[in-house]
Design a protein around this ligand. Structure first.
Ligand code: ADP
Ligand code: F6P
Length: 457
């Protein structure tokens, strides 16, 4: 039996996916890659849900990480995860692009599950431990944990946008949520605007004095700061140098009929991602003859996500109807302008897709960061490939040399896609070189170490 840990990650999900009965595989993604070495160095543990209903598993070790499962019943998955997290907070924090559901039953479940995570963390933390709580599903945990364990240091990082106070005020439990976050010593956001929204909210809603980016509570201060998350640049950069990945990229272009331009979208199938808007822009380019039949092929990967939440069910129907219509109108026998896939892929295949794409189209209506944009950049050491990027993605703060677009402006997106397709190799290379410089020097290790250094200082 293992004792307590001096470094704890508390997140909605564990960093592993089940591949067999009691067999696990490390989840892909920068967060785990960045944190795993810190966990190993500091005798760390990770608390989270396995993704299955009603599963009571004992803590176990995997791939050098100590994992502590927190169980969720199927009703809690419905009310806390699909409900309050993804039908209330998710749309509210993303500019209400879908109407948030406000329900007391969902709120009660959110509070109860946050309380379970806080208790589990309190039990697992060694005296004076450092506890890092992740994301919007667990915003009450910092204050709950502090009540149980005033000796620990608590950091919180929000991976999604933090909304302006005019929107946040809609939330019937707004005060409780802000007080939950104020249990942390450091609250991290993706963008400086999110940190400023939070500070303003503390002053206006709670009447708490603030000084620059600090909230002055009676007994301590809470700092708010932006830490833009990133990807494991080196991993992607290496991956695409593998001849198998290069061969696969070539094969993908061949399977598409070797069009002059391959455009690519890779997103969770989420209404915040602006998938419909970008497909509309592309279809208008075909309709008005700016693109000739067969000249360009759009590959849209839409990863299945939150499939029981009503807005996601509706979105899937809308997108699939739209793809069918566009292909029906503009396709030819054996050649469709849009190749749509509702599937997950491994890293190799994703990297090959990134390499095969001349234009990566990332057009969220609102996004905390958008790692896909940074992954694409990390994959293009050949300096070929253009990025069309929404100015409403956190990544737009850093990736200024992308073709920046307003995803609500269909004509603007059409112009940007055409400009990206028609740019000279010199222009494409100039932009990509600058994008790569940024992502290479601000990778996910830097994000994790900047946050932890700030928390410990
Ligand atoms: P979000 O966190 O909202 O899903 P991000 O763009 O920040 O959006 O992160 C998405 C992550 O999921 C990226 O690391 C991306 O590589 C991965 N991903 C997206 N689509 C797929 C897919 N079809 N198969 C595997 N991984 C995917
Ligand atoms: O980036 C926001 C986020 O909710 C992450 O916390 C999560 O890893 C990802 O999107 C996927 O969401 P879910 O855990 O709901 O499948």
């Amino acid at each position: 039996m293992r004792g307590t840990s001096s470094f704890l990650i508390v997140a909605n999900r564990l960093p592993v996916d089940r591949v067999g009965d009691n067999q696990w595989r490390r989840s892909p993604g920068g967060l785990v890659t960045a944190i795993a070495p810190v966990m190993q160095r500091r005798d760390g543990a990770w608390l989270g849900w396995t993704g299955a209903a009603g599963e009571e598993l004992k803590p176990f070790d995997h791939d050098g990480m100590h994992l502590i499962p927190v169980p969720l019943s199927s009703l809690e998955i419905e009310l806390y995860y699909e409900g309050f997290s993804n039908a209330t907070l998710w749309p509210l924090y993303h500019d209400v692009v879908a109407p948030p559901v406000y329900s007391r039953v969902l709120w009660d479940a959110y509070r109860a599950v946050n309380d379970r995570f806080a208790r589990a963390a309190a039990e697992a933390a060694a005296p004076g431990a450092l506890v890092w709580v992740q994301d919007y599903q667990l915003q009450l945990v910092p204050a709950m944990l502090r009540r149980l364990r005033p000796d620990v240091k608590i950091g919180f990082f929000l991976h999604i946008p933090f909304p302006p106070i005019e929107l946040f005020y809609q939330l019937p439990w707004r005060k409780e949520l802000v007080e939950g976050l104020l249990g942390a010593d450091l609250v991290g956001f993706q963008r400086p605007g999110g940190a400023q929204n939070f500070i303003r909210l503390c002053r206006r809603l709670l009447g708490t004095p603030v000084q620059r980016m600090e909230v002055l509570l009676e007994e301590r201060t809470v700092r708010a700061e932006a830490f833009p998350i990133s990807v494991d640049f080196g991993e992607f950069d290496q991956l695409v140098r593998d001849p198998n990945v290069q061969a696969r990229a070539k094969e993908i272009r061949g399977e598409l009929g070797d069009p002059e331009h391959v455009l690519l979208g890779v997103d969770r199938l989420d209404y915040t991602k602006g998938i419909g808007q970008r497909l509309k822009a592309f279809s208008e380019l075909l309709k008005e003859g700016s693109l000739m039949p067969g000249e360009a092929s759009f590959v849209q990967i839409a990863t299945p996500s939150r499939e029981r939440v009503e807005e996601y069910v509706r979105l899937r129907n809308d997108i699939e109807l739209m793809v069918g219509r566009i292909n029906g109108e503009h396709g030819q026998l054996g050649r469709q302008p849009i190749n749509y896939f509702h599937q997950s892929y491994d890293r190799q295949e994703l990297a090959a897709l990134y390499c095969a794409a001349d234009v990566m189209v990332v057009t969220p209506l609102r996004d905390g960061m958008n790692l896909v944009a940074k992954e694409y950049v990390a994959c293009r050491h050949d300096l070929r490939g253009a990025l069309v990027l929404s100015e409403f993605a956190g990544a737009a703060d850093e990736l200024r040399q992308a073709y920046l677009v307003n995803p609500y402006d269909i004509d603007g997106m059409k112009r940007a896609m055409l400009a990206a397709m028609r740019a000279t190799p010199h222009e494409i290379g100039r932009r990509m070189r600058s994008l790569r410089r940024r992502v290479a020097t601000h990778n996910v290790d830097k994000w994790a170490s900047d946050f932890l250094t700030a928390l410990e200082s």
